[in-house]
Design a protein around this ligand. Structure first.
Ligand code: FMN
Length: 480
């Protein structure tokens, strides 16, 4: 059975020697963040802080900060399986005729097993209250010049005001006082879109901030799932079993029943205030920008909740590993739209939106540019600043191989594509304006005559079979 919640995840991490407990008193103001960063930079374990000054609940950090921990949490080693399951669902034909339909039942039931299931109560409804305060939670201050305390791994639930499709997104939340916070959902994200639609209707958007849940639900909140796909369903597809949901008490929203804590309220896009600065995953403080307010109307929580958090900063930290899983899991979906794609990589030092590499099996002239335009038109890939396209013989996971391809197959004037005034990641410190900047595509595929390369294509140096076999057979004799 897939992992049900954070408590079970902690047990599994401990079994796999992937978690350590800190028993002495620690401060949620800067101290925990610094401990976590040191451990993250050193590829250290997840940490459960059991004694947090002034609070009665433990804090869990770096829980997703290694491939092994993500393998434990999502119970798989090949993350492309996630995207492949979605591709397979789109290919499933439902045959006509009763008997043929019966034959398809196992496949159909696999699909329906992933649907969310509504329950009347769950672990998160153990305690409910309408007099909630952010002060109850050990919310961290991460960097000395941060504007205050920020929830950094809250799964923010909203519902599309018209289609009712449910969303979960991880957006940082700056605490202003006991019941108010600022919701940092960036312009291009689904939460912000839902908020904009509500504002146009003159309404506030019901919003829940969820701490914890199944590891697959946490992952799904960060994954750039297309707008029309319910993230609760995506979480169920990821873990091959639908998640259980319960209704919030003060707003009309479903939330994961196995969460640790649910903070209920609404976001008002008409009440905009200054958010930040905050030390973010670019390695810089994002400056003060206007964001909408969240008002807390109620809380649901377990009797013994674990407060789940993360810290961000100059890569490579915990979010790099989650990004790797996103990269792997979305490859089959990229291939569904662009079958020539062989592999795809977003090196973590480029904080995901900054730099991506894609390899293709090139069949026709200009195909690298077709891929650039295609990927820049796909969901959050539209925010990717630099895109390098290489041939299928280049390993996109090996940056040296990629640099070799750029320097031997690309000519700066001919093969660089620059497009101005495009959407950019809100966090990009280099773009001339917030949310608007340029893109660079580098076509590092081998050019052909049709593409204007009139020279003879040079042969790659490769050893001949005879010499290779000779050296192989004598290798141990060389005594190297
Ligand atoms: C630790 C962490 C913090 C994040 N903080 C934010 C944030 O403050 N604002 C934001 O728009 N996206 C943030 N993201 C990225 C979003 O979670 C991600 O883009 C997600 O796909 C958004 O979901 P959506 O497509 O449903 O909007 C963060 C991701 C991680 C891993």
């Amino acid at each position: 059975m897939p992992i049900q919640d954070i408590h079970e995840f902690v047990k599994e991490l401990e079994k796999g020697e992937e978690l350590k407990r800190v028993k002495i008193e620690v401060d949620s103001d800067l101290e925990i963040a610094e401990i976590l960063r040191r451990e993250m930079y050193a590829n250290g374990p997840a940490i459960l802080f059991e004694n947090v000054k002034g609070y009665d609940m433990p804090v869990l950090g770096n829980a997703f900060g290694s491939m092994k921990r993500l393998e434990i949490g999502l119970e798989m080693t090949d993350f492309t399986e996630i995207g492949q399951r979605i591709v397979d669902m789109t290919k499933m034909d439902i045959p006509s005729g009763f008997l043929n339909k019966i034959k398809k039942l196992p496949e159909l039931s696999k699909m329906t097993a992933s649907f969310p299931k509504s329950e009347s109560s769950g672990p998160v409804t153990e305690i409910t209250s309408t007099s909630a305060s952010f002060d109850e939670l050990p919310i961290l201050k991460s960097w000395p010049n941060d504007a205050g305390r920020f929830i950094t791994l809250g799964l923010v639930a909203t519902k599309h005001p018209e289609t009712r499709v449910r969303n979960l997104g991880v957006y940082r939340i700056q605490i202003i006082d006991k019941t108010h916070a600022l919701m940092h959902w960036q312009k291009h994200k689904r939460g912000a879109h839902h908020g904009d639609i509500s504002k146009d209707k003159g309404e506030k958007i019901p919003t829940a901030i969820i701490i914890g849940g199944e590891p697959a639900t946490v992952f799904s909140s960060i994954a750039p799932v297309p707008e029309g796909l319910d993230k609760y369903l995506f979480a169920g597809i990821t873990r091959k079993e639908g998640i259980k949901t319960v209704k919030c008490k003060t707003i009309d929203l479903d939330v994961p029943a196995n969460a640790e804590i649910v903070l209920e309220g609404y976001v008002d896009h008409a009440d905009i205030r200054d958010e930040g600065p905050f030390g973010d995953h670019t390695g810089y403080y994002t400056p003060v920008e206007p964001y909408p307010t969240f008002t807390l109307t109620g809380i649901m929580r377990r009797k013994d909740p674990i407060y789940v958090t993360t810290v961000v900063g100059k890569p490579i930290l915990e979010d790099a590993y989650i990004g790797k899983v996103i990269e792997r899991s979305f490859l089959p979906l990229i291939r569904m739209f662009h079958p020539e794609v062989i592999d795809f990589s977003m090196p973590p030092s480029g904080w995901f939106q900054g730099f991506a590499i894609v390899s293709i099996k090139k069949r026709y002239p200009g195909q690298a540019k077709k891929i650039m335009m295609g990927l820049w038109g796909m969901g959050q890939l539209s925010l990717t600043k630099t895109l390098v396209v290489v041939d299928e013989d280049i390993n996109v996971q090996d940056i040296n191989d990629v640099i070799w391809a750029i320097t031997t197959r690309a000519d700066a004037a001919r093969d660089t594509l620059i497009i101005n005034n495009t959407p950019t990641d809100t966090l990009d410190p280099a773009s001339p304006l917030v949310n608007l900047g340029s893109k660079m595509g580098i076509d590092a595929t081998q050019k052909t005559k049709e593409e204007g390369y009139e020279r003879e294509i040079q042969k790659q140096v490769k050893v001949d079979k005879k010499t290779e076999n000779l050296v192989n057979s004598k290798w141990s004799d060389y005594n190297l």
